[in-house]
Design a protein around this ligand. Structure first.
Ligand code: ATP
Ligand code: MG
Length: 580
């Protein structure tokens, strides 16, 4: 390809609304353009990099036994009603109406469509296992689309769905995908690693996210350098001991705490109740119903854990400013700061407590009376707990749950997700098979997603320098940028460039010939911004000595003999291609 014949609208300055570095570089390097928030047009350089990632994904999915299909993005709402997600996923579902006013759903993911297919097409164990995948556009009504391709309303995903006859089979399919993902990200030049992930309302305990460490990531990951434990903060636990048991008085004691409405205030004079001897009582609205959540005063509630463990689809703190919510506080008899679960809890309210409070005594908590607390509270004796869950958020420095060394936390970008689903969808949607004995069972499923467009941006977020993108060879839009410093067709410089261009192209190398009649510095800057892994500059002066210059994007200039240039480039390309 010749630079003048494609379209690479590079920018000197970052557009003001680009928030993170990779987003700025996507725009500055002319890879994409924004249509409106969360919607982007891929320009030739962006599209080429995207296609390369897709190719890697496809090759590894095929290698792992995946069967490629292509499902409709436009879907009937009935299948979403059947799975129950018409309600539970309604926040992200884009809905459209046709001219007959009939409603349709734009697919945010395809469990429903594939399970519908399996229900119709798979009948016997002889047809299993199967793993279907596609690379396709998804639509999600993200409330806050941001960071360019990272969180878009329309994006490309590779999604795969496995069907097995047994749990062990499903685990084997899971493992294959896990391994394929490891290879895919390595081949994309990405340092991505698997972390244990929450399985949400679906349950089960086999889910991993593949994440790329980055300050700009929207996920937090707890990890242990000593043993390799790594988990999304929504799932991470630590090896902290339970609250130490103490002697406790024979009964609870009410005491006045006028104006004291925070854990901190109660921990000071004259009360001096350490935060770890306090019970924090939160009123939450879970799927429309008020519930109490109890955690230790020095801990923070993890809402994702609460939802996952309790099965709530929606959960939010009750708000004293809302009239409806205010009624709940009035029922308890106090406002936040004086709340507790010892007395006055309506019998139909559920009370969830964090595991760390199990067996705790000599605790202090609100008395459900403004300006009063109870002390000498024993969880077992004085509080009626509906369910105990791990509900707290892990903090830096806590002991690793596996090896007790100190946990670290860092931000990361989720690029992929593997998930053992079990029979949730196959049961609801009738994806059944008959076993050898003629008995019918629901297929055991798994689902596996990679954000292809997010992965593209994650590569840029991880691989850049002050001059621009530093593409790994495997996903660069072009591998070599040939830069003749004279572009008149008859000049020896251009003639050599044409010759090398033809030779590299014949070897299957993606080359872009920068045939623009511009100053060398201008051309170099642009090619560095776009980030081609190798640049071959041919100038009149050095050519007079029989030399050309190779500049690896992240390395030093190498002067090589003109006749050795192609061999040297091939050697560098080979060295820069990850082997998996
Ligand atoms: P997130 O927690 O970031 O919202 P998710 O858990 O909703 O992601 P999945 O449903 O597991 O995502 O989708 C599979 C993959 O699709 C994710 O790992 C991510 O790479 C990508 N993805 C999800 N939502 C978006 C989006 N709005 N824009 C771009 N990529 C996305
Ligand atoms: Mg996910």
């Amino acid at each position: 390809m010749r630079w003048t014949q494609t379209f690479i609208p590079t920018l000197k300055e970052s557009p003001a609304d680009a928030e993170i570095l990779s987003h700025k570089l996507l725009l500055r390097a002319g890879l994409v353009r924004k249509l409106t928030g969360g919607l982007y047009t891929f320009l030739p350089m962006g599209l080429r990099a995207l296609r390369k990632i897709e190719k890697i994904v496809r090759e590894e999915m095929d290698r792992a036994g995946g069967i490629e299909v292509l499902m409709p993005a436009l879907q009937p709402p009935e299948i979403w009603q059947q799975s129950g997600r018409y309600e539970t996923a309604r926040d992200v579902l884009f809905k459209v109406r046709d001219s007959a006013k009939r409603e349709w759903v734009l697919g945010p993911t395809h469990e429903e469509v594939i399970t519908h297919l399996a229900a119709n097409e798979i009948n016997t164990y002889r047809q299993l296992p199967k793993n279907f995948y596609q690379i396709q556009t998804k639509f999600r009504d993200e409330i806050r689309p941001r960071f360019g391709l990272m969180r878009a309303k329309e994006f490309i995903m590779k999604d795969a769905y496995s069907f097995d006859t047994t749990d062990e089979g499903a685990m084997a399919s899971y493992k294959k995908m896990y391994d394929a993902y490891t290879r895919i990200f390595a081949r994309c030049g990405l340092q991505a690693f698997p972390v244990e992930a929450d399985t949400g309302v679906i349950g089960g305990n086999h889910s991993h996210e593949f994440v790329v460490p980055a300050e700009t990531g929207e996920d937090n990951v707890a990890f242990c350098e000593a043993c390799g434990y790594a988990a999304n903060i929504e799932k991470a636990t630590s090896g902290l001991p339970k609250t130490a048991a103490r002697d406790v008085g024979p009964e609870i004691e009410k005491f006045a705490t006028p104006g004291v409405v925070t854990i901190e205030a109660l921990s000071k004079e004259p009360y001096k109740v350490a935060a770890n001897r306090q019970i924090k009582t939160l009123v939450y609205i879970a799927d429309g119903k008020p519930v109490l959540i109890l955690i230790r005063g020095d801990d923070q509630l993890n809402e994702a854990k609460f939802k996952a463990r309790s099965g709530a689809v929606e959960a939010r703190p009750a708000d004293v400013k809302s009239e409806a919510d205010l009624a709940h506080f009035q029922k308890l008899g106090a406002m936040p700061g004086s709340l507790g679960a010892v007395k006055n809890v309506p019998s139909d309210w559920k009370v969830y407590a964090d595991e760390r409070l199990r067996g705790a005594n000599d605790m202090t908590t609100g008395a459900n009376e403004d300006g009063f607390h109870f002390r000498s509270v024993s969880m077992e004796r004085d509080v009626k707990v509906t369910d105990w869950f791990d509900l707290r958020t892990v903090n830096v420095g806590e002991p690793c749950p596996k090896c007790a060394k100190s946990l670290k936390i860092r931000r990361a970008i989720e690029v992929g997700h593997v998930f053992k689903l079990g029979t949730k969808y196959s049961e609801k949607m009738g994806a059944l098979f008959v076993d050898e004995g003629g008995k019918q069972h629901p297929a055991v499923m798994g689902c596996y997603g990679i954000g292809v467009t997010r992965t593209l941006q994650a590569v840029i977020e991880q691989s850049n320098d002050k001059d621009g993108i530093v593409w790994p060879v495997s996903v660069a839009p072009y591998t070599v940028c040939l830069t003749p410093l004279a572009v008149a067709p008859e000049s020896p410089v251009m003639q050599l460039a044409e010759k090398i261009y033809a030779e590299l192209t014949a070897k299957g190398i993606d080359v872009i010939l920068d045939d623009r009649d511009e100053r060398p510095g201008f051309k170099f800057k642009d090619s560095e911004l776009v980030g081609f892994p190798l640049r071959l500059a041919i100038g009149e002066k050095s050519l007079a000595k029989g030399e050309v210059e190779i500049k690896p994007r992240a390395g030093q200039i190498l002067a090589v003999k003109a006749e050795d240039a192609v061999a040297k480039l091939l050697e560098l390309i080979e060295a820069g291609t990850p082997k998996v």
